[in-house]
Structure formats: C-alpha cells, structure tokens
Write a protein that binds this ligand. Structure first.
Ligand SMILES: Nc1ncnc2c1ncn2[C@@H]1O[C@H](COP(=O)(O)OP(=O)(O)O)[C@@H](O)[C@H]1O
Ligand code: SF4
Ligand SMILES: [Mg+2]
Length: 371
C-alpha cells in the first residue's frame, strides 16, 4: 500500500447498544446511540487525537475500530481490509496489528503475572515466540525501549508506580509489533508531572517504530500536545476535525469554540479580550439524542428551524484553513460574524449565558479541562 493511503479508514461507523427490559422476554426498549455515523481516516505514522466530553462515545469508537465491540453499521478499513466484517481466525490474525493502551493499566494487567509473563503471553498468542534465548533478548529490548530496567521483568504490576505501570501497558501493546495503537485516556490516571513523560515516550516510540496512533482524551491539552490532527466528538458524532494547531487557533464549530473559550490563556491582556462562551445545560442522553443538529439544545448560534430538523454533515468550509471539516449548517455565517451568539434559554436559573461576561465553569466544561 502507498504511504499516502490511510492505514485506517472509518466510514459511517455506528455502534448502538440495545437497552433491554423485562426478566422473561428480554425486550429491547431502545438503544444507546454511542457512536452514530462517524467517518475519519488516519494516515500511516500519524497521530489522530479524539476529544470530547465524557459519554460522547470516544471509547466505544476506539473499541469498535479494534473490533472489541460489534459494529452496528459502517466500515472500518485497516490496511485495505474491512475489519468490521472479519470473523474467526482472520480477525484474530488482524488483531495483532492493532493494540490498545488503557487509562488504568492496573485493570488491564493481571496482578498475578510477572511482567515477563505478561509480555511473553502476547507474543505466544500471536506466534511471535522464538524460544527462550531470542524471547529473552527481545523482552530486555522491549522494557528498555519503554524506559524500564531489565530487572522489571521479574517483578509484578503492583510493585510499580502508575507511570511505570503505564510503561508496562505500552510494552505489552508493543510486544506483538502492532501498526496501530489506540490509546484511551493514556495519561488521565497519572500525576501531571508523569503525564508528559509518558506522552514523550509515546512520541519517541512512534518516531522509532513508525507507529500510527489514535489518542483519546477528554483533556484538550493532552490531545493538543501529541496530535497531528484532532477530531472533536459530541453525542456519537464528529462535529469538527482539523490539523491540531488550526483547531486551537481558529475553532469553527460552536461546540469547539465553547470548549476552547473555557481554557484560560496566560497573557493577561488576551485573557481580558478573548471570547467566552458558556455551555448551558447537560449533555443530552445518547439514548435519546436531540433531532437535527445534536448540539442545538446548547448552541448559542442555533437558528430555527433547520438546526432543529436537519443533522449537519461534516464538510469542508470554504475559506477555513486547509483540512478543516465542520458539522454546522451556519459555519460560514458564524465565521464571518454575520451570525452572533444569543442567549440560550436556561433550563434552570443557574444555566445563564451572558456573552462577554466571565462565567463560572459548569461541571461538564470543567471536566473537559481535566481540572
Ligand atoms: N457495553 C455497553 N452497553 C451499553 N451502553 C454502553 C456500553 N458501553 C458504553 N455505553 C454507553 O455509550 C455511551 C458512550 O460511552 P463511551 O464510549 O464510554 O464514552 P466516552 O469514552 O466518550 O466517555 C455512554 O452513554 C455509555 O454509557
Ligand atoms: S447547525 Fe445550528 S445548532 Fe448546530 S452547531 Fe450549527 S448553528 Fe449550532
Ligand atoms: Mg472513555
């Protein structure tokens, strides 16, 4: 395959979880639309960052790509093969090529197994074991590459700090020589001082091994630092996607603008002048997402009637920076300033939007900032 062709191509992906009721008949009474029509691609060697509020479907999207959950509809093409349709042995063989790094390494590492046994297990499962001498050398090389001493092999997960355990989690993903790593909140459970070390490690390994990453985080700062491109997710769909820097310099979608407007900037003069948009209301339930634009219940630019009725597609906006895609009917008019934000009718007295005023951060935004 050409280097320019994407390693991963996701088309119209949907994962709907049935909601069951009833002890005897086990009726399906509805669905959680966890992922509902996502299309994206990731080039070889690229890092794609996926960001959004808790519950918007990031983990489910990552798990669907790795076929750890069943896909309701759509395609996941990995190196030219539609893995959404793979079964049995062909799926097992393909699984070696994509690995997951989890938020909490402790929950994904068997506490009764030594590091050596944890790493050898993956190699054996995929037929990569070459006998004790070769495997031993490979394991020492592996722990060294994630910054741990060779003595770590004889120890157990609980003997390590959080940051070291995440290094073991990364080594375990690497031991089967994957092409794609889905890292789901890889540093969210770590102290801030350790986060940068683990992110740097991921960056170094990518450069050395030519890895491709999908990095999932609710924290905009984490995604910004590691990603070539960023996708912003809201209620099961992508609302904006662009090269990382362009997203932060010139966000287009009202949701992204609201998220970024809540991040303080260090320059006090800029801090005084910058636009602030308060998101009102809670994230609607993915079991009954709003009709039309899913953001319309919270959007300060909402226009009748189209926003309520018609779901906007993710599209290239004329005049926006290269590679910027936005799912908003009015992106051009918002960009030009023709449309101005208005007050969103509050659902409770606390949820008041006053454009230009300094708001208290609501819980959801605070959460996104990882504070
Ligand atoms: N196995 C499952 N069965 C039913 N609902 C699920 C399952 N996994 C996730 N969900 C629901 O799907 C939605 C998206 O969850 P998730 O993908 O974990 O979001 P995120 O990672 O962005 O926080 C949530 O409402 C969650 O409760
Ligand atoms: S389509 Fe309408 S409701 Fe949705 S983000 Fe754009 S202006 Fe807001
Ligand atoms: Mg998650």
């Amino acid at each position: 395959m050409e280097k320019s062709e994407p390693l991963l191509d996701v088309r119209d992906l949907a994962v709907h979880f049935p909601i069951k009721r009833g002890l005897v008949l086990d009726r399906t009474v509805g669905h959680v639309y966890a992922v509902d029509g996502v299309s994206l691609h990731i080039a070889r060697g690229e890092t794609y960052g996926l960001v959004g509020e808790s519950g918007c479907g990031k983990t489910t999207l990552g798990r669907a790509i790795l076929r750890l959950v069943d896909v309701t509809a759509g395609h996941v093409t990995f190196d030219g093969v539609d893995v959404a349709q793979l079964r049995g042995e062909r799926l097992r063989l393909m699984r070696r090529r994509f690995q997951m790094v989890f938020q909490d390494p402790m929950s994904s590492l068997d506490p009764r197994q030594s590091v050596e046994s944890l790493l050898t297990e993956g190699m054996k499962a995929h037929g990569l074991s070459r006998g004790p001498a070769v495997d031993g050398a490979r394991l020492r090389e592996l722990v060294d590459s994630v910054g741990l001493p060779a003595t770590a092999l004889r120890r157990y997960p609980h003997e390590f700090s959080g940051g070291q355990r995440q290094r073991i989690g990364i080594a375990r993903a690497l031991c089967v020589e994957p092409d794609l790593i889905v890292a789901d909140e890889p540093v969210s459970a770590l102290d801030v001082s350790v986060q940068a070390q683990v992110l740097n490690l991921l960056g170094r390994l990518q450069a050395e091994l030519g890895l491709t990453y999908l990095v999932i985080a609710h924290d905009l700062a984490v995604v910004r630092h590691v990603s070539d491109r960023v996708g912003v997710m809201y209620l099961g769909g992508l609302v904006e996607e662009s090269p990382s820097q362009a997203l932060y310099d010139d966000p287009q979608h009202p949701y992204t603008r609201a998220l970024l407007s809540a991040v303080p900037v260090p320059d006090p003069e800029l801090e005084d002048r910058r636009e602030r948009i308060l998101l009102t209301g809670d994230l609607p339930s993915p079991a009954s997402p709003p009709a039309g634009c899913r953001f319309h219940t919270r959007c300060p630019w909402r226009q009748p009637q189209r926003c309520d009725d018609e779901r906007p597609a993710l599209r290239v906006i004329p005049g926006a920076p290269d590679g910027h895609r936005v799912a908003c009917h009015y992106a051009e008019d918002i960009r030009s300033g023709k449309l101005q934000p208005h007050r969103v009718e509050p659902e409770s007295v606390d949820d008041v939007l006053v454009p230009g005023a300094v708001p208290d951060l609501p819980g959801s935004v605070t959460e996104i900032l990882g504070r």
